[in-house]
Ligand binder design. Structure first.
Ligand SMILES: [Zn+2]
Length: 179
């Protein structure tokens, strides 16, 4: 529990008003879920059950969050902490506009991809810290993260496999350099 609890305490100090809320109890997120199913033609079906989402100072989590191993919650919260800082830096309206709409809501979401690359780089670093440096180099994990960018999960935000692979391997190289 230690590391997860410590990160929560750090974030409470760093981001006054920070909180963790169940996503399925939020009317806003139930509405977003319906909208996502429509715009992705049913391809994005697990928004409420499989994705943690940060808006402003709030991290919205799936209903099974408390059952997760604390290490897994820690790694995920490291990713969400990057988004908390992005919202703080850019403000909610600017962040929402850039993340959701620009330049396109689907297929070429440059800013969403930029924000998620920053956050997934933190996921990779945290995963290496908790589960060992070989964890993010494993084919399945690498493929999973790359799929988030090129597949329907985030509306095909950056569907350029080679570019995303280069980004991923660049993050791995920085990890190796730090060791
Ligand atoms: Zn994210």
């Amino acid at each position: 529990m230690e590391r997860y609890r410590a990160l929560i305490a750090d974030l409470e100090r760093e981001i006054p008003g920070f909180r963790v809320v169940r996503k399925d109890r939020s009317r806003l997120h139930r509405a977003i879920d319906v909208a996502l199913r429509i715009v992705t033609l049913g391809k994005m079906r697990d928004y409420l059950s499989s994705y943690q989402t940060t808006i402003g100072k709030t991290v919205y989590v799936t209903s099974d969050w408390d059952d997760w191993h604390p290490d897994r919650r820690y790694v995920t919260l490291r990713h969400e902490a990057v988004h908390l800082r992005q919202f703080r830096k850019l403000t909610l309206p600017v962040m929402a506009l850039l993340y959701v709409l620009l330049p396109l809501p689907l297929g070429l979401a440059y800013f969403r991809a930029r924000f998620e690359m920053e956050a997934y780089a933190e996921s990779i670093r945290a995963a290496a810290e908790i589960w060992g440096p070989s964890y993010p180099t494993a084919t399945a994990y690498r493929a999973h993260v790359i799929d988030q960018f090129i597949g329907p999960s985030y509306g095909w935000m950056w569907p350029f496999r080679r570019a995303v692979e280069r980004w991923y391997d660049g993050v791995l190289a920085t990890l190796a350099a730090e060791r």
